[in-house]
Design a protein around this ligand. Structure first.
Ligand SMILES: Cc1cc2nc3c(=O)[nH]c(=O)nc-3n(C[C@H](O)[C@H](O)[C@H](O)COP(=O)(O)O)c2cc1C
Length: 183
């Protein structure tokens, strides 16, 4: 267990097969056990799997980009279309923070981030790869309604998922003493 946490690395080159629905259900159970102040459960995960769904996501990316920059060159529009096809599955992870008198907004976003990490670690333990991305599209207000989201929602990440298509090399672990102090 601790080995999985210490040795996990992101995987930027992903191929089919994606995890099965049954495997994803298990992994989502881990995501839905994220620490969550006042049990607000502010999470939403939107799964795009397979060529058709990924193309739909690409078209949403393109429309959002063009709404932000109507003069966007066709080549850049093409790039938006192709972005989701870097993996056989992309999950849009969303914090639907609705507020609570005892829970500051950031805690709901942090809870969603913790859920994403559980999801990624769960995938790793099943032998799948993942890459957590954001970029300008995560902050593009035009994309939210295209995904059925409200403007109050926070896109925490686009999680690219699949079978690793590269050798995953362990990364150096930072010096604990540089980040931890004991009193
Ligand atoms: C909230 C968040 C957003 C990120 N967005 C991007 C991104 O848009 N592009 C990118 O290359 N890496 C992004 N990363 C970093 C990668 O997911 C990854 O952590 C990084 O490349 C280091 O690799 P490692 O996880 O193997 O240490 C993001 C990480 C987090 C936590």
């Amino acid at each position: 267990m601790l080995d999985t946490l210490i040795n996990r690395v992101s995987c930027g080159r992903l191929k089919a097969p994606a995890p099965t629905k049954e495997e994803m259900n298990q992994v989502f159970k881990a995501a839905l056990r994220a620490p969550d102040h006042k049990r607000l459960m502010p999470w939403q995960y939107i799964v795009f799997e397979g060529e058709k769904a990924l193309s739909e996501l690409g078209e949403k990316y393109r429309l959002a980009c063009v709404s932000e920059d109507p003069a966007m060159e066709p080549e850049k529009q093409e790039r938006s279309l192709s972005l989701p096809h870097r993996a056989p599955m992309v999950i849009v992870a969303v914090a639907k923070a609705r507020g609570h008198e005892k829970v500051p907004h950031i805690e709901e976003v942090l809870s969603t981030g913790a859920g994403v990490q559980n999801l990624i670690l769960g995938l790793d333990s099943l032998g799948y790869g993942a890459y957590w991305r954001t970029g300008p599209l995560a902050f593009n207000e035009h994309l939210k309604p295209l995904l059925g989201l409200d403007h109050n929602d926070t896109i925490v990440g686009f999680i690219y998922i699949g079978t690793p298509d590269m050798e995953l090399k362990a990364k150096p672990i930072p010096e604990v003493d540089d980040f931890v102090s004991w009193v």
